[in-house]
Design a protein around this ligand. Structure first.
Ligand SMILES: Nc1nc2c(c(=O)[nH]1)N[C@H]1C(S)=C(S)[C@@H](COP(=O)(O)O)O[C@H]1N2
Ligand SMILES: [Mo]
Length: 568
């Protein structure tokens, strides 16, 4: 009789986990080398698209909360990493459960034949379903579709069959017996074999996982992406191309610790609905203009350069999910052309009311034509910081609409349809603001207790930060210390009317602990909202503050020796 030893479900889960890791790694390598779909991210993106807006926002909020609590660095980059880890984790758990289920099925089967059917069936089912999902949402696969289908199905089929094959070997590993030399008894040495076998399976999976992931990582790295330190010091009065900034002559120096006025491009925040930004071929890309226009056109990138006058603007962009004091706000130089010139060219018809703008990731937003008529600074951008838009920031084309949060401003634009009615765009359908007009806000970035200055009257502590009002401009910033009177701060001339304003307040030093709060007024003299309100649905408002412990006067007069100084 066959000496059948049914593997436990725990063993099935172990095998499942190892094989799913190896599969993940193989998918990743193929993605990096051959532009084949990376299924774990695709499934995550698909699920996050169909989740109701409130749940999605709750998830993202929770993540941002954790990132802030654990001080995990710049919010948007960390949130993207967290999403990707969730995608990988979900894939690993699902794959492990699938294979555990195969082991359960096999354990129940009456016939004890070595068959591969359950594993193969599972692999084919997972492969087919995930390929279907991928075809809906994948933005990065560049391989021909038939090759994608064959690869995904084969990879999953092999994964399922491998699990099944391992099951068979585990179940049918007959106990080898030998005769103990001293006692003459017959002993079974089979358990050791089984352990060795599992060790071998584990080893093989581990090697596959490490080699695949390592190779994929090496091949996939692109020069200039991530980790590269910008050559321009953050506080230099130049943009990324070395051009002097328009306000370089302003003698007002930001308080040390204030965020850089011009955000280094690598540090610009980033928000996408997908795990990874769409891959767009510059040669093949066309801007398709359709609907209620006299001149429906399909324009190449070169057409855009040639047909429309180039303009440059310094712009601060903020996400509506930015908290008061958060980092989802950045400033850079945008280059492109005026919306007005574009409209003159395509000639909207009398019944056209709005433009439906769609990105390559199918993110869409509606822009009312009367908004564009009233605001001549609406523009399309093909460059940021004097270089073509980075892939993650919307290459090859994005729109800018003054005084609106980023959610209104599609990246990776592929089509513009002129329509006769407004409708809700991507984030509006998920419960966010219809208008998304920027709230006037101000932030304390720094209470520079490390940079206390001495003057004739004693010591001053530089305090500073930003004030931002979209396109409403800033007329005044005030600071209150420990709830005292509001005192006016100095303002630095901004990079443009569309950027944040750097403010500074030199506070007369006193010993003790102090809280510095800030508030601002727009150009119309309108005070910002003091109401403490969260981001959803209309963007955060409220007074920002920072607490700081001052050094003692004795320490200021006689600074303690730096600790590194050796007593020689
Ligand atoms: N096509 C597309 N456009 C988009 C988004 C997106 O996910 N897809 N996100 C929007 C949001 S919510 C913001 S805040 C800005 C962010 O632009 P950035 O990532 O280049 O900073 O892009 C906007 N445009
Ligand atoms: Mo956003």
């Amino acid at each position: 009789m066959d000496n059948l030893r049914k593997p436990t479900l725990w063993l099935g889960a172990l095998v499942g986990g190892l094989l799913t890791l190896a599969l993940t790694s193989a998918l990743f390598l193929a993605d990096q080398v051959a532009g084949l779909p990376f299924i774990p991210f695709d499934v995550f993106d698909y699920i996050s698209r169909i989740l109701p807006g409130a749940l999605l926002t709750f998830g993202i909020d929770l993540m941002v909360e954790m990132i802030i609590a654990f001080n995990m660095g710049e919010t948007s980059a960390a949130a993207k990493t967290a999403e990707q880890l969730m995608g990988l984790g979900g894939f690993l758990v699902t794959g492990t459960l699938g294979i555990t289920f195969v082991y359960w099925l096999m354990n129940r089967s009456k016939t004890q034949a070595r068959n591969l059917v359950p594993g193969l069936a599972l692999g084919l089912a997972f492969g087919a379903v995930t390929m279907l999902i991928s075809s809906q949402v994948n933005l990065t696969a560049t391989a021909p579709v038939p090759a994608q289908i064959v690869w995904v199905i084969v990879a999953f089929a092999l994964w399922g069959m491998a699990a099944n094959w391992i099951y068979n070997d585990l179940a049918h590993s007959e106990g080898k017996t030998k005769t103990d030399e001293e006692t003459g008894e017959t002993v079974t040495v089979e358990p050791l074999n089984r352990r060795q076998f599992i060790a071998r399976v584990g080893g093989a999976s581990a090697v596959l996982t490490v080699v695949g992931a390592g190779l994929g990582w090496l091949v996939g790295r692109q020069p200039g992406e991530g980790g590269v330190v910008s050559a321009i010091p953050a506080d230099a009065a130049t943009d990324g191309a070395g051009n002097v900034l328009p306000n370089a002559a302003d003698p007002m120096d930001p308080a040390p610790g204030t965020r850089p006025e011009y955000t280094p491009l690598d540090d610009h925040y980033r928000i996408d609905i997908s795990s990874r930004p769409p891959v767009i071929d510059a040669e093949e890309w066309r801007l398709e203009v359709t609907g209620l226009v006299d001149n429906p056109v399909s324009l190449s990138l070169q057409d855009l350069y040639d047909k429309f006058d180039r303009i440059d603007r310094f712009i601060t962009l903020s996400c509506i999910s930015n908290r008061i004091g958060g980092t989802l706000i950045s400033t850079t130089k945008w280059s492109g052309f005026r919306m007005k010139d574009f409209l003159d060219f395509v000639k909207p018809q009398a019944d056209a009311v709005a433009m439906k703008i769609t990105g390559a990731d199918n993110f869409d937003e509606y822009v009312m034509l009367d908004v564009v008529e009233a605001e001549e600074r609406v523009m399309f951008a093909y460059e940021w910081d004097d270089q073509p838009l980075k892939q993650k920031h919307g290459f090859p084309l994005r729109i800018y609409i003054p005084d609106r949060y980023g959610m209104k401003q599609p990246k990776w634009i592929k089509s513009i349809e002129f329509v006769d009615a407004w409708a809700e765009g991507y984030w509006v359908r998920r419960g966010w603001s219809k208008e998304a007009i920027v709230n006037t806000t101000s932030v304390v970035d720094a209470v520079s207790t490390d940079s206390i200055l001495k003057d004739d009257a004693g010591y001053v502590v530089p305090v500073g930060g930003i004030a931002y009002s979209g396109a409403k401009r800033i007329s005044k910033v005030e600071v209150s210390v420990n709830g005292g009177d509001w005192e006016e701060a100095q303002l630095r001339a901004p990079l443009s009317e569309l950027t944040w304003v750097i403010w500074r307040y030199d506070w007369r030093f006193q010993e003790g602990e102090y809280r510095f709060e800030v508030r601002t007024y727009d150009a119309e003299g309108l005070l910002q909202s003091l109401d403490n309100r969260g981001t959803r649905p209309d963007g955060a408002t409220g007074v920002h503050g920072k607490k700081a412990n001052m050094p003692t006067l004795a320490d200021l007069e006689n600074p303690p020796e730096p600790e590194e100084e050796a007593e020689s």
